[in-house]
Design a protein around this ligand. Sequence first.
Ligand code: P53
Length: 499
Amino acid sequence: MTNTFPENFLWGGATAANQIEGAWDEGGRGPATSDFARLITKEIRDAEGAFDTHVPHNAASREMVADMKAHPENWELPKRRGIDFYHTYQEDIRLFAEMGFKVFRMSISWSRIFPKGDDPQPNEEGLLFYDAVFDELHKYGIEPMVTLSHFDTPLHLAETYNGFASRHTVQAFVRYAETVMKRYKGKVKYWLTFNEINNVLSNPFTSSGVILGGAPEPLSCNPYLGNWQLKFQTVHNQFVASALAVKKLHEIDPEAKMGNMLCRLENYAESCKPEDQLQVMFEDHFNWFFTDVQANGEYPYYMKRFFDENNIHIEMEPDDLKILKDGAVDFITISYYMTYIMRYKGSPVPQPTGRLVSDIKNPYLPKSEWGWTIDPIGFRVTLNRIYDRYHKPIFISENGLGAVDHFDENGHIQDDYRIDYMRAHVEQLREAIADGVDVFGYAWWGPIDLISSGTSEMTKRYGMIYVDQDDYGRGSKKRSRKKSFYYYKKLIASNGADL
Ligand code: P53
């Protein structure tokens, strides 16, 4: 078929401050929740009985955080070191430019700008760092796309206000957003509010700064464990924070655009039993919910019954519904990694599984070494469904494959598995665009190896650029090009024609 990628399609890669920057206590930066996310290796998963290979990074009970502060030597906290991007950004951006990137998705570390999250004055050294990064990107004609909050709430806001469970944090966020949107006006055209906002439910600590009472949640990704009332209140507060940021951006820079970011969970029924379809519908609602509010500016009808029957009462301030209405995002972004299988859970009231990795296996699909299904056709399906629902431009803010890489006898990494994953997904993206879906860019997750969000492993590599560092921070941190580097470069140069 003919190439359907629009001219000026934004090819590139995506990262997050807490997974690359390191320098957690340099440049006046304050601590963030991500600095308290421990390494969870396969050995730990096996020993602690994690139900699958993806576990939440919700280290937090108050006791654990206190112990990490008092005895950091007893904990492995890899997000503190990242891949040292704080010091290597020039070299790393040069490599992105060599691949021909048009866009680089990154996030600002809130606690680099406001060390406690709500300080009276911003930290100029932090602001200067991002000035330098944006200038470096523009030097090569790379457009930054900036996430305001990517799983790294300032620790002070978590400890003192329970993060986004409190409206205080909403105000602090809006001030932070306003500060950076003003400062980088003209340098940043594309913004996102909260990374994978639906992760509030499964990773309340790192994503929203919420420390749930009692023991830390077990190593299970079930977002519906713990206090639903608190979690959905937190979600509401983040919706309001997001909408206020959208409004502010439109005032500050009418040229700039704000997007949402949803971890898209595309669900299939286990069988053709109508009950299984019903479960898929419930699960879909629980995923669409976040984008329905952020894109349409109102709570969807289907949540009312769920809230009522589960005694969830969302506290709202008088203007909240109007704020949501006025603060709809300009474009939609998703991360897409895999699809999930749903089986009826026997209740007419939605009882979501909500797991990030389904425990029911799809016999038709291969899986990554971390148990994530590989489903390129699901990508086309999901893109069509999103466009059908919102009719807004779509940007793929994440897609990628985490794998263990090995050097061959000549010292090269022949990562054909990664190339195959990319080819198959870009092929389906092309189909979706041919279907008529309006997609304006594609960002590969982790174009340079980085610290895993879910497990803080380094072993789980996504990059086309290898970083010589292991799970414990050992290694030279030297960067080198994998085979996929040359593949992506060719793909971008041909605007997606050369697959
Ligand atoms: P890691 C769950 C399911 C799918 C993607 O994940 C997810 C999550 C939450 O952890 O997160 C996104 O590193 C996230 C990135 C993250 C990437 O996916 O656990 O936005 O920060 O690194 C991949 O393999």
